[in-house]
Structure formats: structure tokens, C-alpha cells
Design a protein. Structure first.
Length: 88
């Protein structure tokens, strides 16, 4: 299922978005790996958006909402919080 967890789950890490790349591991705010970036592209307004595959779920988030460190992207939410935001 596709959904957008955009602003609700993001960390304010402006400036880090240039480092988000396809294939990057995504970690939740506890540091646990939760998924992988499957695509990075511009949306209709020109903002860079990362598509993240988390198990059977897929969601999109503005790349400015992801922190990048050590080759992984981090989102400011737990896996359980993200799952509750994704509409089935």
C-alpha cells in the first residue's frame, strides 16, 4: 500500500536531503533498521521525495525529513508509529 507519512514523521534536518539515495537503509528513531529507500524523485512542487519500503508497506516522505549518517537515512519516528500513520 502506498501512503504519505510526510510531515508527521519527519525530523527537521534541513540540508541533509542531498545525501538520501536509492538503496539506502532507513532506520527509525531508535536506530533500528526498518526498510530501504527504493526511489528518490521530485514531486509536483519540485521537492525531493524518498519512497521507502518497510516490509509489505511503502510510503513517501520528503527527503528534508530524513537525517543521513553513516550511509543510512534516519526518520524521526518508530516503526510502530510509522505503521499507524500508513493508511491501509
Amino acid at each position: 500500500m502506498s501512503s504519505s507519512a510526510g510531515g508527521a514523521a519527519g525530523a527537521d534536518v534541513s540540508g541533509s536531503n542531498a545525501s538520501v539515495t536509492t538503496g539506502m537503509t532507513v532506520k527509525d528513531k531508535t536506530g533500528a533498521p526498518i526498510g530501504q529507500v527504493t526511489e528518490v524523485k521530485a514531486d509536483a512542487s519540485g521537492q525531493q521525495v524518498a519512497t521507502i519500503k518497510m516490509g509489505s508497506d511503502t510510503f513517501a516522505v520528503d527527503t528534508t525529513r530524513l537525517g543521513v549518517q553513516g550511509g543510512s537515512a534516519t526518520i524521526n519516528a518508530t516503526q510502530a508509529e510509522l505503521k499507524s500513520m500508513i493508511k491501509k
